[in-house]
Design a protein around this ligand. Structure first.
Ligand code: SAH
Length: 363
């Protein structure tokens, strides 16, 4: 999958090319092999904003690169910053699609949350990303561009430390582009982030989990469970009707056996829906004995949707049942809530505002 061309710019996206494809291009244009390392260095380490910035390349190569490729294909539509240091970008893609990506600061950690698709087809009823279905997959270059845009928000001495594929979209429905982008993210010539610090979050698609298990790089896998039974999960995560909780857990176990990586299960707490003591007890029975971490996420309310976050005492009760049941559980803090940081929320809001302001320039 390649980045769509914008109407008036037919040049391909340089980030869509793998290092070996770029190497072929260089040799076809008469440049020695070591130029590849220099270009990758400028893209991933030295944070060039343009080909002109790549000052140790010969001027002729810089101008040939400029003629042949685009370095950026997306425009920044909105840039928000919350008091806790979280920053969020809403990007306008070449074909007019929009995706979001987020930089989170936590102590020394500099984590980024990246989108894999424009919209989402999974239909989780509480999530803003999938309200209008899926538009298309992002290309490798568009996934990498989000990472590089966020990296360039950091001061020079700071590096990205973690990546989570938890933005818009279902990464396992666009696995080729996601893996191609993550290979560069983990490579020392790319962003140099250990695969242990790269998380792929999925609604749970067993065939794709099995494919991922066979992939040479064992990334960290997070499964968005959100319900302990099929009856409840079929309602909250409609794609579950075709799969079922047990098939997902079996695939997760195979992933664990193949990679030795501890699994993460995600559980968004929705007031009065999946937060009962009975749900907690069912979760204990479901997860007991697995080498896993249960991440309980407070719901980030989405405008127009009826779901709410439970109050503290209910969360406390839920937690105690899990802890007493011997489940490894962590209750995540909400970050960036002042800036609509839950996936798909900013795009949603912009769409609502843009409809009201015909210029589309509402920031
Ligand atoms: N499709 C993938 C990755 C994207 S969503 C997946 O389902 O895992 C990343 C996580 O954020 C998922 O667990 C998702 O259910 C959760 N999420 C979606 N909307 C949310 C909201 N409004 N508040 C809190 N978490 C949300």
């Amino acid at each position: 999958m390649r980045t769509p061309q914008s109407e008036n710019d037919p040049r391909p996206h340089i980030l869509d090319l793998t290092p070996s494809e770029l190497s072929v291009w260089l040799s076809e244009h008469g440049y020695p092999k070591f130029r590849l390392g220099q270009i990758l260095g400028w893209l991933y380490e030295r944070r060039a904003e343009s080909f002109a910035d790549m000052t140790d390349l010969p001027a002729r190569l810089r101008s040939e690169l400029e003629q042949a490729f685009r370095l950026w294909t997306a425009g920044i539509h909105t840039h928000q910053r919350a008091d806790d240091g979280t920053e969020k970008l809403l990007l306008n893609l070449a074909d007019g699609g929009r995706v979001e990506c987020v930089l989170l600061r936590d102590g020394l950690r500099r984590s980024i949350c990246v989108s894999s698709q424009v919209g989402c087809a999974m239909g989780c009823v509480f999530c803003a990303s999938g309200l209008d279905g899926v538009d298309r997959n992002l290309s490798r270059g568009e996934i990498l561009e989000q990472m590089l845009r966020l990296q360039r928000l950091l001061p020079e001495e700071e590096r990205l430390s973690h990546i989570v594929m938890m933005g818009m979209g279902e990464p396992l429905a666009n696995l080729d582009s996601v893996l191609s982008a993550l290979e560069v993210a983990k490579s020392p010539e790319g962003l140099g982030i250990s695969p242990r610090r790269i998380t792929i979050s999925t609604v749970g698609l067993p065939a794709a989990i099995d494919r991922l298990a066979k992939h040479a790089t064992p990334f960290h896998l997070a499964i968005s469970l959100h319900a302990p039974t099929d009856t409840l999960r079929d309602d909250l995560v409609p794609v579950n009707r075709k799969v079922g909780v047990h098939k997902i857990l079996d695939a997760a176990d195979r992933y664990f056996n193949a990679t030795g990586r501890r699994l993460t299960f995600e559980y968004v707490l929705l007031d009065g829906i999946n937060d009962s003591p009975e749900c907690a007890a069912q979760l204990v029975r479901l997860l007991r004995g697995r080498v896993s971490m249960l991440n309980v996420i407070p719901y980030n309310p989405v405008a127009g949707l009826p779901y709410q976050t439970p109050d503290a005492s209910r969360v406390h009760e839920f937690r105690n049942i899990l802890v007493d049941g011997g489940i490894n559980v962590q209750f995540r803090q909400r970050k960036g809530s002042g800036i609509d940081a839950a996936c798909g929320q900013l795009r949603r809001k912009r769409e609502l505002i843009d409809i009201e302001t015909p210029t589309g320039n509402a920031s």
